[in-house]
Structure formats: structure tokens, C-alpha cells
Design a binder for this molecule. Structure first.
Ligand SMILES: [Zn+2]
Length: 721
């Protein structure tokens, strides 16, 4: 029985004073009467339908009391059948001391947690800044905890379990129930059934070749069956990121940050060749500066975060955190550019920016703070500026294609989609095959003379002595979103699949065949050989790690590195050593081969290049196969529903773009519940590709598919992120 004393100890561990005692309460209304207004939680326990003899796998949910927590949606999320409210017996088993469902409290959970338990925490709780009421030892007591404390408390129970038993651990997840409910409505039951079969097959496959416990680490969702669940699970289990207690912000762990560094290193060396220098401007912007360019600020205003207080004192004037740095930097460009001899000015900074979005946050793709580089350059002429816009865009294309093995289509944005306050915007656009949505990769803007007029950045015009000329400006940015695109495109049901050129570890060496029969000397020989193979490869510039961790089976290690997506695994066992070989397994296609140990340093770079090329080719085929050229409106929505990106003859009028978006959204959502927070179902323009020829000649007189006016160019439309 969990005594009140134990609860007090736990609360002390959380740095809190004791428990508020009151009358027993049934439900939220009675509870509010006892403790007053505030944010209240609810704690629920479900049980899926399982065979009588099977170990029950209960699901504990802690949510804000007004969050809708549908058992059907939770069941679907976790791939569990017919979730029901658990019996009192099971409640007592999961939380000793509980008398009825009104008493359920996370503070009663024993440590360590049972490995069969699923714990779901409502995202709305974790992101709540107000203290949240939860029960203490029964419904006759209340304590207030911050959302982050609830999460860390549950994780501490999980940690206790990890320490107690290596392998199986209870699954704790933060869940956006609102978004989940939408998925349930939108997805067909047939898809769910298929995904379950796929998952069972995957589980079976894992069990065939690997240790039982390996399965517990595996990705819990299939990519096709539950893409959002798959994506977040892969990022966590692949060790790329962790959640944070400010909603929409995430921690980039070394496994993802190293990808960013690989991009940084390459891009930095390329822009240095173009004469770009790095600098750093402050993250704070005064409101006067920020609001100087009207169109620009209108584009960003709803997402700007403001600092209003220092300690408990209100600031005289709120200060904004940069959503981008045009207005931060350009007053100084006006000061620094005195003569045409100061041109071109080419500066870049690697920094983070904040855009306080309220749409569903998604790791890497939509986060409130993200890392990027922003380049800001100034030229004397439009021609020079235009040339650089395209040079930078081509570097962005190469980041995606040559480093991340992600195909993109370069083009120019429509007037509606261009950068706020800019002249024109060029972009590289990618495609996520699983959802059929386009995704913007990076943008290179020509700002024209708009900002130079606003900030008075002028030089004496060498072409017209005595005359002033406003400079031509560009800005260009590439962000950590690129990492999310890479994961979405290459990852599979076993986890991440890292493109070799950015993988933190390109080759992992695992000792195998370590049976009990081996002598100590034979064991040592295997370990030493692994070390030597790794040293040789590292010496040849290939990032290699020998996994000599004790206490883990080879199967466990295989699974661990598969989750993290290491491109090549080398296995070294007694037989391999005798033959002077290693066994190589490629992550992206599971192909196995024997490689001669002696010349790995020469052969491995070729293997890594082959892997890169094969990953790129696969993604390119998926993109090309879903570029759908159409000429009748009736084809638009069916083509979108078949996960295509459309190539349309288009007039390029802004009204027409709005109309295409509205009409395609309406038709797509007829008979469905629309979630305001979800990405739109309507098609917007992604870009007007520079390479028009690949789509064939646009015959004169071809009409716009949206409005019937004369079409100007082939334009890529699609649902997007
Ligand atoms: Zn039109």
C-alpha cells in the first residue's frame, strides 16, 4: 500500500511541499469545488483485448481534464485491440493502494514501472505553464505539479526500471490527442488493418534473427500505417532528439547535430569560395527596427516572440526576438556601405531564430526555435544580385542531393508564396512520398531595392557620377528542417537510414561468434581485429566505430545501429578472421557481402558512394513517378489523393492561386471533419520549375487549369508541409 509518507517523499524529491487534503471527490466538478479554479488533470487506465493467458499491457493516460482521450484513437496509436477502461483489479495491480478509478494518480505508480505498461502524457499538460492539479494518495488529496515535472517524474520511474533490468522498458510518450483524433477520422480502417499485419510481420522478422529483447527497442509504428507516430518514434529511438518542456522546442542530440555540422562544414567552405564572410548580430530587435519595413513585418508579425519583462519588472519597451535578421542587419549595411567600392558586401551568420507558431509543432519541420544560416548580401546591380541568388540556390540543391541524397526541384516561388517584402524568391522543393506532400527545402531571395530604399543603403553610382544608387540585396537561408526531410524520405520500419556523407558514424564494426567455447586469447583476437579495422578506416577518413560494449549480444547491437541508421555494419568473427575478410551489411537495402579485410580503406569509400547513389536514385524515382502533369480540373483532387505533386499549366495570377487552393481543399474534405491545425488539404503552388523543358513544350494558347486565362509556365502545385 502506497503510504502518504511515500508520496510526501516523492514530492520532496520534486522539490514540493506536501499534499492538500480534502473531501473525497468524484469527477472534476466536485474536485474544483474542493480546491478552487486551475488546470485539472485526469488519469485513466485502459486495457486492450488480449488472450486470457497473455500478460496484460495496460495503457495509462494522464491528460488535461478537458482533452478528449478516445479509447479508439489510443488503441490505433499503440496498435492495440479494443481498448476498454481497466477493471478495478487491474487498477490495483498497476497502482497498489487505489480503491476506485477516482483515486488513480501517477504518484501511486511503483518504481520501477512494469515493462508492459504504456504511459501517454497529454501534450497540452507538458506545455502548460500553469500548475496542474493531480491527486495524491487518493481522491481526497491534491498536489500541484508543472507539466514538465509530471513528465520527469514518470521518466524517473522509467529510469529506475532501466537500471533494474536492461532491455524491456515501459513506453512513455507525449501525445497530441487533438491531432490524434483527427487522424482517426481521416484514416480508413483498411489501412489500419494492413499496417497491423505489416507490423506483425516486422516483429516476426525481428524475432527470427534476433534476441527477444531486441523487439522492445524497435520502432513501434510502420511508416505507411502511422506516419506521424513513426516519425517521432524514429527520432527518439534513433537518438536524434529529445522532447523539451517548452512546446514546439526540441533538443538536438549529437546524432542529429552532427548532420547539421556536416552541412555547415560543406556549405561554409562553398560560400567562402564566393567571398562570403561570417559574422554575428544580436538576437534582439527593437520594435522600431522590426517594424520599419511594412510588408516584411506583416509577413512575420503573428509569429514574433517578445521579451516584456526583466525579472519582475516590465520593460519600458518590449524587445522582439529575431524571426529573421533583415531589419536587424540593414541599418548597419547603410552605415558600412559608403561607396560602390564597399560592394559587394557578403555576410552570413549561423544562428537560431524564433517563430512562435501555433500550428502543430513537428520536430525539425515546424519548431519555434530553429537553427539555420542566413546570408545577407548587397550588390551594385540587379544582374550581380540575380547571379548570386542562383549560385546559392544551386549550393542548396547540392546540400540536398549530394549530402542528404534527397532530390529537389529548383524553381521560383509565385507572388503569393514569395518572401515578405522581397522582389522574388527561388527555392528548392522536395517531396515526401509517404504523405504525397511537397516540402520547401531552402530559399534564396532577391530582395531587390526594397530594403535598401527603406534603410537608405546607397552608394554614388559609378555609372552616373553625381547620382545616388540604391544597392541590390539578397538574403538566403537553409535550416535544420533539412534533417527532418532527410529522415522522412530515407527512414524505414527498422529506424533511421542515414545518408553516408552526413552520418555521424558511417561504419560500425561488431564482433560476432563470441561463443563460450572460445579461449580468452581467441576472444581478444576478435576484439583486437575490430579495433584494427576501425583504426584503418578512421585513418582513411571514414567515420568508424568498433562496438565492443560488454554485456550486449551482437543481435542487440545490430538492432541498436539499425535504429540509428548507420550505413554499413561490418561483422568480425573467428571464421571471417581466418579468411581475412569481414561481412558487410548495407543498412539501406540489407545487402550482405564479404569484403577483404586488407584493403577496406580503399574499397569502403566506393561502397559509401554506391549507397549514396542508390538512396538518391530511389528517392528520385519516387519523386519523378509522382510528378503528375494534368490539364483538366477534374483530375486535380484525385491526383492529390493519389499522393501526387501536380504540374499544371498556370496563369500565375494571385487570385487564381487562392482559388485553386480553396477549391481543391473543399473537394478534398467533403464529408470529412476538418482540423484547423492540420496542414491544409488544398493545393498551393510549390514553385515554377526553372527546368520547364522536362515537362514538354507549353503550347501557345494553352489555358490555365484554374481560371481559363492564358497559361504562362508549367507550375508545380501540391499539398505541402
Ligand atoms: Zn489562372
Amino acid at each position: 500500500m502506497a503510504a502518504v509518507e511515500d508520496i510526501r517523499k516523492r514530492l520532496e524529491g520534486l522539490g514540493l511541499e506536501g499534499v492538500k487534503e480534502h473531501n473525497e471527490v468524484k469527477g472534476g466538478e466536485e474536485w474544483r469545488k474542493e480546491v478552487g479554479e486551475g488546470v485539472f488533470s485526469k488519469t485513466l487506465l485502459f486495457k486492450p483485448k488480449t488472450a486470457k493467458t497473455a500478460v496484460p499491457t495496460p495503457v495509462l493516460v494522464i491528460a488535461k481534464d478537458d482533452t478528449e482521450t478516445s479509447a479508439a484513437a489510443i488503441g490505433k496509436l499503440l496498435n492495440l485491440k479494443e481498448l476498454r477502461v481497466a477493471s478495478e483489479d487491474l487498477m490495483k495491480e498497476v497502482m497498489p493502494g487505489v480503491q476506485s478509478k477516482d483515486d488513480l494518480s501517477i504518484l501511486l505508480l511503483p518504481a520501477p514501472l512494469a515493462p508492459t505498461l504504456h504511459v501517454l502524457i497529454d501534450e497540452a499538460l507538458v506545455s502548460s505553464s500553469a500548475p496542474i492539479a493531480i491527486h495524491g494518495s487518493s481522491s481526497a488529496s491534491t498536489v500541484f505539479l508543472a507539466g514538465a515535472q509530471i513528465k520527469s517524474f514518470l521518466e524517473s520511474l522509467q529510469d529506475a526500471q532501466t537500471n533494474a533490468a536492461e532491455g524491456a522498458v515501459a513506453q512513455i510518450r507525449v501525445v497530441d490527442f487533438t491531432a490524434m483524433k483527427k487522424d482517426e477520422v481521416a484514416e480508413k480502417p483498411a489501412g489500419a488493418a494492413a499496417s497491423k499485419e505489416a507490423k506483425e510481420a516486422a516483429a516476426q522478422k525481428k524475432k527470427d534473427g534476433k534476441k527477444e529483447d531486441a523487439y522492445e527497442m524497435a520502432v513501434a509504428y510502420t511508416k505507411e500505417g502511422d506516419f506521424p507516430g513513426w516519425y517521432s518514434d524514429v527520432l527518439i529511438k534513433g537518438d536524434m532528439l529529445d522532447y523539451y518542456d517548452v512546446s514546439g522546442c526540441y533538443i538536438l542530440k549529437p546524432w542529429s547535430y552532427s548532420v547539421w555540422q556536416a552541412i555547415q562544414n560543406w556549405f561554409d567552405s562553398e560560400i567562402k569560395k564566393l567571398g562570403v564572410d561570417d559574422c554575428y548580430f544580436p538576437m534582439f530587435v527593437s520594435s522600431a527596427r522590426l517594424e520599419r519595413e511594412k510588408d516584411h513585418i506583416e509577413g512575420f508579425a503573428p509569429e514574433v516572440a517578445w521579451v516584456t519583462k526583466a525579472g519582475s519588472k516590465d520593460l519600458d519597451e518590449p524587445i522582439a526576438i529575431r524571426p529573421t535578421s533583415e531589419t536587424v542587419m540593414y541599418p548597419y549595411y547603410a552605415k558600412w556601405i559608403r561607396s560602390h567600392r564597399d560592394l559587394p558586401l557578403k555576410l552570413n551568420q549561423w544562428n537560431s531564430v524564433v517563430r512562435w507558431e501555433f500550428k502543430n509543432p513537428q520536430p525539425f519541420l515546424r519548431t519555434r526555435e530553429f537553427l539555420w544560416q542566413e546570408g545577407h548580401t548587397a550588390f551594385l546591380t540587379e544582374e550581380e544580385a540575380g547571379k548570386e541568388v542562383r549560385q546559392i540556390l544551386d549550393l542548396y540543391r547540392r546540400v540536398y542531393e549530394d549530402l542528404l541524397a534527397v532530390p529537389v526541384i529548383p524553381g521560383v516561388k509565385s507572388e503569393k508564396e514569395k518572401f515578405a517584402g522581397g522582389y522574388y524568391t527561388t527555392t528548392v522543393e522536395g517531396y515526401i512520398p509517404t504523405t504525397g506532400r511537397g516540402i520547401q527545402g531552402a530559399t534564396s531571395h532577391c530582395l531587390g531595392q526594397n530594403f535598401s530604399k527603406m534603410f537608405d543603403i546607397t552608394v554614388e553610382d559609378p555609372r552616373n557620377p553625381g547620382q545616388k544608387a540604391h544597392v541590390w540585396q539578397n538574403s538566403w537561408g537553409l535550416s535544420t528542417r533539412s534533417i527532418g526531410v532527410m529522415v522522412m524520405i530515407h527512414g524505414d520500419d527498422q529506424g533511421l537510414v542515414m545518408p553516408p556523407r552526413v552520418a555521424h558514424v558511417q561504419v560500425v564494426v561488431v564482433p560476432v561468434g563470441l561463443t563460450a567455447k572460445l579461449s580468452e586469447e581467441e576472444r581478444k583476437q576478435i576484439y583486437d581485429t575490430c579495433d584494427k579495422v576501425a583504426a584503418d578506416l578512421n585513418g582513411a577518413g571514414i567515420r568508424t566505430k568498433a562496438d565492443l560494449r560488454e554485456g550486449y549480444t551482437p543481435g542487440w547491437k545490430f538492432n541498436d545501429w539499425e535504429l540509428r541508421g548507420v550505413p554499413v555494419r561490418l561483422e568480425v568473427g573467428p571464421r571471417d578472421i581466418a579468411a581475412g575478410e569481414v561481412k558487410a551489411i548495407r543498412r539501406h537495402n540489407n545487402a550482405k557481402s564479404q569484403m577483404a579485410m586488407a584493403d577496406l580503406a580503399q574499397s569502403m569509400p566506393k561502397v559509401l558512394d554506391e549507397i549514396h547513389d542508390a538512396m538518391f536514385a530511389k528517392a528520385k524515382t519516387a519523386f519523378d513517378d509522382h510528378l503528375y502533369k494534368i490539364d483538366k480540373w477534374e483530375q486535380v483532387v484525385p491526383a492529390l489523393d493519389s499522393k501526387n505533386v501536380l504540374i499544371l499549366p498556370w496563369c500565375e495570377a494571385e487570385d487564381c492561386e487562392d482559388d485553386i487552393k480553396d477549391r481543391s481543399a473543399k473537394q478534398a474534405t467533403e464529408g470529412q471533419v476538418v482540423d484547423e491545425k492540420a496542414p491544409s488539404a488544398g493545393a498551393k503552388s510549390l514553385c515554377i520549375p526553372f527546368d520547364q523543358d522536362r515537362f514538354g513544350k507549353l503550347e501557345p494558347g494553352t489555358k490555365c487549369i484554374g481560371c481559363g486565362a492564358d497559361a504562362k509556365r508549367w507550375t508545380m502545385f501540391g499539398r505541402s508541409y
